[in-house]
Ligand binder design. Structure first.
Ligand SMILES: *[C@@H]1O[C@H](CO)[C@@H](O)[C@H](O)[C@H]1NC(C)=O
Ligand SMILES: *[C@@H]1O[C@H](CO)[C@@H](O)[C@H](O)[C@H]1NC(C)=O
Ligand SMILES: *[C@@H]1O[C@H](CO)[C@@H](O)[C@H](O)[C@H]1NC(C)=O
Length: 508
C-alpha cells in the first residue's frame, strides 16, 4: 500500500471514530431527580481540575484551585480584581493537552495582562470513545458550574468578569456549566462546538444563547450532512460566525495535509485531520493578538451563496461585526448566520468587495467558467491580477461577485478587468471579434466603506463610453466617476440627514 493509501485509511479510521451515529446516545437528566441546587455545593465528586496558568509558564499546570479549599485561591495567586477566563478543551485521542492550549493562554494574557486564565483539565473523561466523552460533557459541565459558583461565592466575585471559552466538546461543557450556575456568566465563546450527538440535541445538552449574557460562536468545520459534521452546523449563540462558509478552511485541504505529513512526520496525523476544526481557535487567537491593525469583520447574510455573490457587505443595523474577542455584544435574532472569507494563515484578515458588472453585447454570447483577473488600485496600495472564475458570462446580463484582497488598498480609485484565455484553443480567439462592452463597474467595499454607509462606488470606462472586453486581450480600465458617486436615493438620504441635523441645531 502506498503512503497515500495508508494516510487515507488512517484518516478514515479517525473520522469513523469522530462521526459516530446518534442512536446510542445515553440520555441522562441534567439535574438528577430534584430541582434543588444543593448538589452545587457538594465538591466531593469533582473530577475536573482547575489550573491557574501564568503568562510566564503558559504550558504547564503548576497550581490548581480546588473547589471547597479557599486557601488554594491565594496560593495560586488568583487576583480577585482581574477578569477571569476559563478555557475548556475538547475530545482528545492522546490524553494530553493539545498544542493550542498554551498558545491561547499566551494570547489571552497578551491582550489582557490583568487577567486570571484558568485551564480546565478533564483529560481522563475526554480521551474515551467519542460517544462516552460526548456524554461526559454533562458531568464536566457540572464540575465547571460548581467551580465557578464556589469561586464567585467565596470571593463575592463579579459575574460580569467571567468568560468561559470552550473548544469542540468543551463548548458544550461551557454551555452546560453556564446553564447550571446561580447567575449567568458574562460571556461564553464556543470554538467550533462539536457536532456529532449535539446537532439535534436540546438546548440543555448543548451550548445555547441561554447559557450566558452573551454567547459568540465560530463554526469552522461543518462539512457534510449534519450527522457527519465534526462541528455543529446550526447557530447556537447570539452571534454565530461561519468563516469561509464554515464548512472547511483554506490551507486545510488534502494536498497541504500530505505536504505537512511529508515534512513533519506521521505523529501529527490527528492534528491534521482537525485542521479546520482547530482553525476556530487560531481565528480567536488572531483576534486577541492582531486586533489593532488586522481586525477581521463578518457580515450577516441569508446564505453562503448570497455572501459569495458579495450581496451582504453591509454594516447598518448590526449587519456586520468584529470577529473574535472584540465582537460587539449584540444579540441577533436566533438562527442568524454571519460570514467572512479569510487567508489561510495568521493574520487571517481579508478585505471584502462586491463587484457588479453588466455585460452588453450585440451578439448572443454565453459562456461558463470564464477565468478573469481583476486589479484594484487605491489611495494606499494596489492588488493586481486577483483571479476570479465567472460561473456564467452571458450577453446583457449582470454579474455580482465577492472579491477579496489581503492588502488594504485604501479608497479605491481604479479597477481593471482582464478576460483570460481558457485552456482550450478557440477559433474565435484568432479573429477576436467576440466581445462584451462594459459601461461601468460598481464596487462596494466591506471594511473600508465610507461613513455614509452602503455607498457603492461607480467606476466608468476610462476611454469612451464603453470598454471592450475581449478574451485573451488587454485589461479594460475603469476609473472612479467624478460625478454621481452617490446614487439618487443616497443623495436624497444625505440631504435629508443634513437638513435634519440643521433643523435640530436650530431648535436646540
Ligand atoms: C422545585 O420543584 C417544586 C415542585 O416540583 C416547586 O414547587 C419549587 O418551586 C421548585 N423550586 C425551584 C427552586 O425551582
Ligand atoms: C443587448 O442590449 C443592447 C442595449 O440594450 C441591445 O442593443 C442589444 O441588441 C442587446 N443584445 C442582444 C443580443 O439582445
Ligand atoms: C463623491 O465625490 C466627491 C468629489 O470627488 C467627494 O468629495 C465626495 O466625498 C464623494 N462622495 C462619496 C460618497 O464618495
Amino acid at each position: 500500500m502506498g503512503k497515500e493509501n495508508t494516510f487515507l485509511v488512517t484518516v478514515w479510521i479517525i473520522l469513523a471514530n469522530i462521526c459516530v451515529s446518534f442512536s446510542s446516545t445515553p440520555e441522562q437528566t441534567l439535574f438528577g431527580n430534584s430541582n434543588s441546587t444543593e448538589w452545587l455545593e457538594d465538591y466531593t465528586d469533582i473530577v475536573s481540575k482547575f489550573s491557574l496558568r501564568t503568562a510566564e509558564i503558559p504550558d504547564d499546570d503548576l497550581c490548581y484551585i480546588v473547589p471547597g479549599q479557599p486557601l488554594t485561591i491565594p496560593k495560586c495567586e488568583f487576583n480577585p480584581g482581574y477578569k477571569t477566563f476559563v478555557v475548556i478543551h475538547g475530545w482528545t485521542v492522546t490524553g494530553l493537552f493539545e498544542s493550542w492550549v498554551p498558545k491561547l493562554v499566551t494570547a489571552l494574557y497578551k491582550r489582557e495582562p490583568k487577567a486570571n486564565v484558568i485551564v480546565v483539565d478533564w483529560l481522563t473523561r475526554a480521551q474515551q470513545h467519542y460517544l462516552t466523552s460526548a456524554a461526559n460533557t454533562k458531568l464536566v459541565g457540572k464540575d465547571v458550574a460548581k467551580f465557578v459558583n464556589w469561586l464567585q461565592k467565596t470571593l463575592d466575585y463579579p459575574w460580569e468578569k467571567i468568560h468561559l471559552l470552550g473548544y469542540s466538546l468543551g463548548a458544550h461543557v461551557a454551555g452546560i456549566a453556564g446553564l447550571l450556575t446561580n447567575h449567568k456568566v458574562s460571556r461564553i465563546t464556543g470554538l467550533d462546538p462539536a457536532g456529532p450527538t449535539f446537532e439535534f440535541a436540546d438546548a440543555q445538552s448543548t451550548l445555547s444563547p441561554d447559557d450566558a449574557l452573551f454567547v459568540d460562536v465560530l463554526h469552522t468545520n461543518t462539512r457534510g450532512s449534519p450527522d457527519r459534521s465534526i462541528g455543529i452546523q446550526r447557530p447556537v449563540g447570539h452571534v454565530d460566525i461561519y468563516p469561509n462558509g464554515g464548512t472547511f478552511q483554506p490551507g486545510c485541504d488534502l494536498q497541504n495535509t500530505m505536504m505537512m505529513i511529508a515534512t513533519t512526520g506521521i505523529r501529527n496525523m490527528d492534528q491534521l485531520v482537525k485542521c479546520s476544526h482547530e482553525r476556530s481557535i487560531h481565528l480567536f487567537i488572531d483576534s486577541l493578538v492582531n486586533a489593532a491593525d488586522h481586525q477581521t469583520m463578518a457580515y450577516r447574510c441569508s446564505s453562503k451563496e448570497a455572501f459569495m455573490k458579495g450581496m451582504c457587505l453591509n454594516c447598518r443595523k448590526n449587519r456586520c461585526n468584529k470577529v473574535g474577542y472584540g465582537v460587539n455584544k449584540v444579540r441577533l435574532p436566533r438562527n442568524t448566520k454571519m460570514y467572512l472569507k479569510t487567508r489561510e494563515m495568521m493574520p487571517f484578515k481579508l478585505f471584502h468587495y462586491q463587484v457588479k458588472v453588466h455585460f452588453f453585447s450585440s451578439e448572443k454570447l454565453a459562456y461558463t467558467e470564464q477565468p478573469m483577473k481583476i486589479s484594484l488600485y487605491g489611495t494606499h496600495d494596489e492588488k493586481t491580477d486577483i483571479p476570479y472564475t465567472m460561473p456564467f458570462l452571458n450577453t446583457n446580463s449582470t454579474v455580482s461577485f465577492l472579491l477579496t484582497t489581503d492588502v488594504d488598498v485604501g479608497e479605491l480609485l481604479m479597477v481593471k478587468l482582464r478576460w483570460e484565455k481558457d485552456a482550450y484553443f478557440s477559433w474565435s480567439d484568432i479573429w477576436g471579434n467576440k466581445n462584451f462592452h462594459i459601461r461601468k463597474i460598481r464596487v462596494k467595499a466591506g471594511e473600508t466603506q465610507s461613513r455614509l454607509s452602503d455607498s457603492r462606488v461607480i467606476f466608468s470606462a476610462k476611454d469612451g463610453e464603453y470598454a471592450y472586453l475581449i478574451r485573451g486581450k488587454d485589461d479594460v480600465v475603469f476609473v472612479k466617476s467624478k460625478e454621481d458617486n452617490m446614487s439618487r436615493k443616497e443623495k436624497t438620504m444625505h440631504r435629508l440627514k443634513m437638513q435634519g441635523s440643521h433643523f435640530k441645531n436650530k431648535i436646540a
